[in-house]
Design a protein around this ligand. Structure first.
Ligand SMILES: [Zn+2]
Length: 272
């Protein structure tokens, strides 16, 4: 049985796996006491709240354990949690859900560092680019992804998986887009993804490389918890209940394989 608690418009799943999932843009609550934002991006990432819960449930089904989950139920029109404070909100009262979200990610990271010494942070979003690929963001933009291997390698220090080399059986290029990269593992399930063996970069230039949460909670600035932003397309991943379940199954299966190759952790066999 998976339980959660909700405080200050942030739903929290306490975890026991070395995985943190966050979803900052899937909420729709519009508390009247907090002033609505007048500038910035307001788009809701439709059904990412539901998809994130499906992923948490699927982790439990496959391993008997749960990842940490931090999900905003408040609308992006009130606070954009995936931004620095100065552009996140206009009403000081929005600092309460904002700080709650970030406090819970920080405390989850501390628990994982204590229990496992390493782990993976994933920030879940939804995009509406025309080609409908999954976009895995490592803080390296599309022009960087287009570079040849030697030059691409030099960008490891700018990525959100900067310290993954401490554990991975594979080198940086393979972590990013080799056969055991998250993108390629999802391609194997029929979910075409960037970057991957099949699609090393976005041919039409439509690609999100990650933002504030991924910068802050991945390993760009050190530590043994690496981070990846994921932008799910609408069709096939978020549009129906059945598709969300199928996508969650493929995603958890891919993460379990990724954790074995790149973190030397079999999540089915850990003792939390
Ligand atoms: Zn988003």
């Amino acid at each position: 049985m998976i339980r959660s608690t909700t405080k200050h418009y942030i739903e929290f799943f306490d975890g026991n796996l070395p995985i943190i999932l966050s979803a900052p843009h899937g909420g729709e609550e519009m508390p009247s006491e907090i002033k609505t934002r007048t500038s910035g991006v307001f788009d809701k990432d439709d059904f990412t709240l539901e998809l994130t819960k499906d992923i948490i449930e699927e982790f439990y089904n496959k391993t008997g354990f749960t990842p940490y989950g931090i999900i905003a139920t408040i609308s992006r029109k009130k606070v954009d949690i995936n931004r620095e404070i100065y552009e996140a909100y206009e009403d000081e009262k929005a600092s309460i859900p904002y700080n709650q979200f970030h406090h819970l990610i920080k405390s989850s990271k501390e628990s994982i560092e204590k229990r496992f010494g390493k782990g993976l942070y994933i920030d879940i979003h939804g995009q509406s680019h025309p080609k409908g690929y999954l976009e895995f963001g490592y803080l390296l933009d599309n022009d960087i992804l287009k570079l040849h291997e030697t030059e691409l390698k030099e960008n490891q220090d700018k990525s959100s998986i900067r310290t993954l080399n401490n554990f991975s059986q594979e080198g940086f290029i393979d972590q990013l887009r080799g056969p055991h990269s998250l993108g390629s593992l999802m391609c194997n399930h029929g979910f075409d993804s960037i970057p991957s063996v099949k699609l090393p970069y976005a041919s039409d230039g439509n690609y999100f490389e990650g933002a504030y949460d991924t910068i802050r909670y991945g390993s760009l600035n050190g530590g043994n918890i690496s981070g990846i932003q994921i932008e799910f397309p609408y069709l096939g991943c978020r549009d129906t209940k059945e598709n969300r379940k199928q996508c969650a199954k493929a995603f958890v299966d891919s993460i379990l394989k990724f954790m074995i190759i790149h973190f030397q952790l079999d999540l089915k066999k850990i003792t939390p």
